[in-house]
Ligand binder design. Structure first.
Ligand SMILES: Nc1nc2c(c(=O)[nH]1)N[C@H]1C(S)=C(S)[C@@H](COP(=O)(O)OP(=O)(O)OC[C@H]3O[C@@H](n4cnc5c(=O)[nH]c(N)nc54)[C@H](O)[C@@H]3O)O[C@H]1N2
Ligand SMILES: Nc1nc2c(c(=O)[nH]1)N[C@H]1C(S)=C(S)[C@@H](COP(=O)(O)OP(=O)(O)OC[C@H]3O[C@@H](n4cnc5c(=O)[nH]c(N)nc54)[C@H](O)[C@@H]3O)O[C@H]1N2
Ligand code: SF4
Ligand SMILES: [Mo]
Length: 747
C-alpha cells in the first residue's frame, strides 16, 4: 500500500441503493486496489463502507470487453454486426439523424429512455435532455420509474404527498419493525440501513420479515419470517384490519380525528353506502368477511399467524411498517403500497416517534441544484410505456397514462439510451421488445452509450464507448435517508477512445449550430463547478468546489425527522396535503375514476392476472419473482466473473416443487411460459415457499439460435402490462413452469 502513487476518493456511479466511499489506489497510472472508508466514526456519522460490488470495480475498469471506439451498425438491427467509425463520423451521424427525424416528425418523436447506469445531476442523460431542449423544440419525457412507480403514486392518494419517510433514528424507538417485502440487507435503501436495523434490534425491537423468500434480511435481521404467495399482500392486510376492527384494537381516536373513509360515519357526501373500509372488510359490501381464514386460503399464511401479526402490530406501539418496493412491482402494485399506509394510519403509527407512515423514504437534507434546461414539450408518458409509444404513440392519450396532452403528436422515432440497459434487458417481455426494436420503420434511430456490448447495445444503430466513472470526476448523491454527497475524483485517464457523454455532445451541438446555447462556454468540469456553486446559493454551508474535491465528501449532521409530525401534533393548523385535509383511507379522487375493480377507492385485495388463482395457473403453476441481489446492481455487473464466483446466478426452487420435477441443486433447468424460455442452474432450498420460484434480476439476456435465453434474464418471461393507475411495471408478476433439461420433457 505504501507503494501507491495516490489514493483517490470516489463512489460508485450506479443505481445500487447505497452510496459508499471508495478509496482507489493508483500506481503508475493504474488502479491496483479499491479499499473503503477508514475515517473515524464521530457525531453519529458512520463509516460508509463499500460492498463487494464497489470493491470489484477494478475488474470492470480493465475488463477486456470494454467498448473501445464508436461502432456503427452494419447488419440488421439486433444482429450485433458493427463497424468501427471515428468520433467525427459518429457525431455527424447523430446530428444528421436528429435533424432529419425532427424535421419529419417533430420534437415529440424524440425520447430519452430510462437509464440509471450513471446516477445524478451530471449523467449523460441530463446533458442530452439539455441538448434536445435547446435544439429542435424538446423531447417526449417520462414520469415514474421502474423502481417505485406504484408506491409513489399510491402513497400520494392517502397522504397527499409521496414524501412520507422519517429519519432512521426512529427505528431505535420502534417496539416492532415489519420489513414488508423489504430486503435492505441486499438492497441497502441507504448505505447503513441494515446497521440501523441491527441497532434497533439490540435495543429491543422485534423484527418481522414478510416475503415469499427467506431473504438475506430475514437471515440477518429478523426474529420471524412470514412467507406469503406473491401478489397476495392485500389479502393479509385486509385480514389484519379485520382482526383490528373485530377485536377493537385499532386506534379509534386517531382514526376519528385524522382519517376519512374508515367507516360509514366517515364518508364524504354523495358516495353510496357500503364503500367504507369497514363495510368492505366486514363483508357488508360483497358478502365476504375478510377473516384470517379467508386470507389463509389466498396467502397461505396460517390464520393463527395472521391473528398474532395483527395483534402485535396494533398493540406494540410505536411500530414501523417499512415496505420495500418488491410488493408494488406487481400487477396491482398500487394496492399493497396503499394498504400499508392504511395499516399505519389505523394503528395510529403516523406522525409519531418510532412509527412510520409507510411509503417512500427519501428525506435527504442536501438537495443538489439541477442541471439547467427546460423542455418545451409538456406531454409525457409513463417510463414503462415507451415500447407502446414506439408502436402506436399517436393513439396514446390519458387512458394510456399520457399526461398533459390529448393524444401524442408522434410515435417515438428516435431513442437515446445513455447508460441504461432498459432498452431490452431490464424492460418487460424481451421477445416482444425485440420485435418492436427490430422493425427499422418504427423507431428509426437508436443511439446507445455504454461501457460494454450489453443486450440493449446490440440494438443500437450507433454505439458510443463511455468512460468509466473512475475515469472522470462526478458528484454522487446519496440515496435514501442520508445526509451527504460524495465528490467522485478521477482516478485514471480514459481508456481507448472512450469519452464522457458531454464531450461528444459538444460536437453534436456544434454540428447542429447550438454549441453556444448548449455549452454556455463550459466544459464538463465547469458544469460540476456550476452545480456546486448553485447548490451553495441554496445551502451556504456547502463547500466550495475546491474544498469539496479535496475533502471528497460533504456531510451534514443527521437530523431527526418524523413525517407528518406537524399534522398530528397541530392538526387544526396543519391539515394533511390531501383535498380533504385528512388521511384519505377512502380516496374521493380514486372513486371519481369510476373503475372500482382495478382502481378501488379503498385499498383491497384484487386477485391478480398470473396470480395464484389465475386459470393460466394450470399450465404454468409456479409464480416467478425476481429480487435485487447483492451480486449485481441490475445488469451493470451482469458480466462480472468475480461476482459470479461469489454468488452464481441461480433459480431458487422449493424442495417440494423440485421433487415433483426431478430437480436437484446444480441441475440446469428450463424456465418457460407463454412469452419465452430461459435456462438457468437450480438451487433447491426451503428459503423459498412452495409454489414460488425466484431468480435475481439483472442477468444478461443471451438468446441461442432457438431464442432460448442461456443468460437467465428474467425479462424473457415478464409481461408488458402496465398497472392500472401508475402505469407501472409488474415485473414480479409471472407464471411459469420449470423442467429439468436432462430428464424433463420440454413443452
Ligand atoms: N444489491 C442491489 N441493491 C439494490 C439494487 C440492485 O440492483 N442490487 N437496486 C436498487 C434499486 S434501483 C431499487 S429500485 C431497489 C429495489 O428494491 P426493492 O424493490 O425493495 O427490491 P426487490 O428485491 O425487488 O424486492 C424486495 C423484496 O420483495 C420480495 N417480494 C417480491 N414479490 C413480493 C410480494 O408479492 N410480496 C411480498 N411481501 N414480497 C415480495 C422479494 O422477494 C424481495 O426480497 O434496490 C436498490 N438496491
Ligand atoms: N424483471 C425485473 N426487471 C427489472 C427490475 C426487477 O426487479 N425485475 N428492476 C427494475 C429497476 S428497479 C430498475 S432501476 C431498472 C434498472 O435498469 P437500468 O437503469 O437499465 O440499469 P442497469 O441494468 O444497471 O443498466 C445500466 C447500464 O449503464 C451502463 N453504465 C454503467 N456505467 C456507465 C457509464 O459511466 N457510462 C455509460 N454510458 N454507461 C454506463 C452499464 O454497463 C449498464 O449497461 O431495472 C428494472 N428492471
Ligand atoms: S452499496 Fe452501492 S455505492 Fe456502496 S459500494 Fe456497493 S455498489 Fe458501491
Ligand atoms: Mo430501481
Amino acid at each position: 500500500m505504501c507503494n501507491d502513487d495516490k489514493i483517490v476518493i470516489t463512489s460508485c456511479g450506479d443505481n445500487c441503493g447505497g452510496r459508499c466511499i471508495l478509496r482507489v489506489h493508483v500506481r503508475s497510472g493504474r488502479v491496483v486496489r479499491i479499499s473503503t472508508d477508514n475515517t473515524e466514526e464521530k457525531d453519529g456519522c458512520h463509516q460508509l463502507r463499500a460492498c463487494m460490488r464497489g470493491r470489484s470495480y477494478r475488474e470492470r475498469l480493465y475488463h477486456p470487453d470494454r467498448l473501445k471506439y464508436p461502432l456503427q451498425r452494419t447488419g440488421k438491427r439486433g444482429d450485433g454486426e458493427f463497424k468501427r467509425i471515428s468520433w467525427e463520423e459518429a457525431t455527424t451521424l447523430i446530428a444528421g439523424e436528429l435533424k432529419r427525424i425532427t424535421a419529419k416528425y417533430g420534437p415529440e418523436s424524440r425520447y430519452i429512455n430510462y437509464s440509471s447506469g450513471i446516477k445524478g445531476v451530471l449523467a449523460e442523460r441530463e446533458f442530452f435532455r439539455r441538448l434536445l431542449s435547446v435544439y429542435g423544440g424538446g423531447y417526449l419525457d417520462y414520469y415514474g420509474s421502474y423502481s417505485s412507480a406504484c408506491t409513489r403514486m399510491a402513497t400520494s392518494y392517502t397522504f397527499g404527498t409521496d414524501k412520507t419517510g422519517s429519519s432512521t433514528d426512529n427505528w431505535q424507538h420502534s417496539k416492532l419493525i415489519i420489513l414488508w417485502g423489504h430486503n435492505p440487507a441486499e438492497t441497502s435503501f441507504g448505505t447503513n440501513t441494515p446497521y440501523y436495523l441491527k441497532k434497533a434490534r439490540e435495543n429491543g425491537s422485534k423484527i418481522i420479515v414478510i416475503d415469499p423468500r427467506y431473504s438475506d434480511s430475514a437471515v440477518a435481521l429478523a426474529d420471524e419470517w412470514i412467507p406469503l404467495l406473491p401478489t397476495t399482500d392485500n389479502a393479509l392486510m385486509d385480514a389484519m384490519i379485520y382482526v383490528m376492527i373485530t377485536e377493537n384494537l385499532y386506534d379509534r381516536s386517531f382514526v376519528d380525528k385524522y382519517c376519512l373513509g374508515f367507516d360509514e360515519g366517515q364518508m364524504p357526501d354523495g358516495v353510496p353506502a357500503g364503500n367504507s373500509l369497514c363495510s368492505y372488510i366486514l363483508g357488508q359490501y360483497d358478502g365476504i368477511a375478510k377473516t384470517p381464514q379467508w386470507a389463509e386460503q389466498i396467502t397461505r399464511v396460517p390464520a393463527g399467524a395472521i391473528h398474532r401479526l395483527a395483534r402485535e402490530y396494533a398493540t406494540m406501539k410505536p411500530a414501523a411498517l417499512l415496505q420495500g418496493w418488491g410488493p408494488q412491482r406487481h400487477a396491482y402494485g398500487e394496492q399493497p403500497a396503499r394498504g400499508a399506509t392504511v395499516l399505519a394510519a389505523i394503528t395510529g403509527n403516523v406522525g409519531i416517534r418510532g412509527g412510520w407512515a409507510s411509503g417512500y423514504g427519501f428525506q435527504s437534507q442536501i438537495q443538489l441544484a439541477p442541471l439547467p434546461y427546460e423542455n418545451p414539450v409538456k406531454a409525457s408518458i409513463s417510463f414503462f410505456t415507451w415500447t407502446e409509444a414506439v408502436l402506436r404513440g399517436r393513439q396514446m392519450g390519458p387512458d394510456s397514462g399520457v399526461r398533459n396532452a390529448g393524444r401524442l403528436e408522434s410515435d417515438i422515432k428516435f431513442v437515446a439510451s445513455l447508460a441504461g440497459n432498459s432498452l431490452l434487458n431490464q424492460h418487460s417481455d424481451i421477445n416482444m421488445t425485440r420485435e418492436i426494436l427490430k422493425d427499422e420503420t418504427k423507431c428509426e434511430f437508436i443511439l446507445v452509450s455504454d461501457e460494454f456490448m450489453t443486450p440493449s447495445a446490440r440494438y443500437a444503430d450507433l454505439l458510443l464507448p463511455s468512460t468509466n466513472f473512475l475515469e472522470r470526476v462526478g458528484i454522487a448523491t446519496a440515496l435514501e435517508y442520508q445526509d451527504y454527497v460524495i465528490f467522485q475524483g478521477k482516478a485514471v485517464d480514459a481508456s481507448y477512445e472512450c469519452r464522457n457523454g458531454y464531450d461528444w455532445m459538444l460536437e453534436v451541438a456544434e454540428k447542429l449550430g447550438v454549441w453556444e446555447e448548449f455549452s454556455l462556454g463550459r466544459n464538463y468540469e465547469d458544469w460540476a463547478r456550476y452545480i456546486v456553486e448553485k447548490t451553495k446559493e441554496l445551502d451556504p454551508d456547502f463547500p466550495s468546489f475546491e474544498e469539496f474535491s479535496r475533502q471528497g465528501i460533504y456531510r451534514k449532521q443527521p437530523k431527526s425527522y418524523i413525517a407528518f409530525q406537524e399534522q398530528v401534533e397541530d392538526f387544526a393548523n396543519n391539515p394533511f396535503p390531501t383535498p380533504s385535509g385528512k388521511i384519505e383511507i377512502f380516496s374521493p379522487r380514486l372513486f371519481a375514476m369510476n373503475n372500482p375493480s382495478e382502481i378501488p377507492a379503498i385499498p383491497k385485495y384484487i386477485p391478480s392476472w398470473e396470480g395464484p388463482g389465475d386459470s393460466v395457473n394450470i399450465q404454468y403453476p409456479l409464480q416467478l419473482i425476481a429480487w435485487h441481489s447483492k451480486r449485481s446492481t441490475h445488469s451493470t455487473m451482469g458480466n462480472s466473473a468475480w461476482l459470479e464466483e461469489v454468488e452464481p446466478h441461480k433459480l431458487w426452487v422449493n424442495p417440494k416443487d423440485a421433487r415433483q420435477r426431478g430437480l436437484s441443486s446444480g441441475d440446469r433447468a428450463r424456465v418457460f411460459n407463454m412469452r419465452g424460455e430461459l435456462e438457468i442452474t437450480v438451487k433447491v432450498t426451503s428459503r423459498i415457499m412452495p409454489g414460488v420460484v425466484a431468480m435475481p434480476q439483472g442477468a444478461w439476456y443471451k438468446p441461442d439460435h432457438e431464442a432460448v435465453d442461456q443468460g437467465g434474464c428474467i425479462n424473457t418471461l415478464t409481461k408488458y402490462h402496465p398497472t392500472p393507475l401508475a402505469k407501472g411495471n409488474p415485473q414480479h408478476t409471472n407464471l411459469v413452469d420449470v423442467k429439468n433439461l436432462k430428464t424433463g420433457e420440454l413443452k
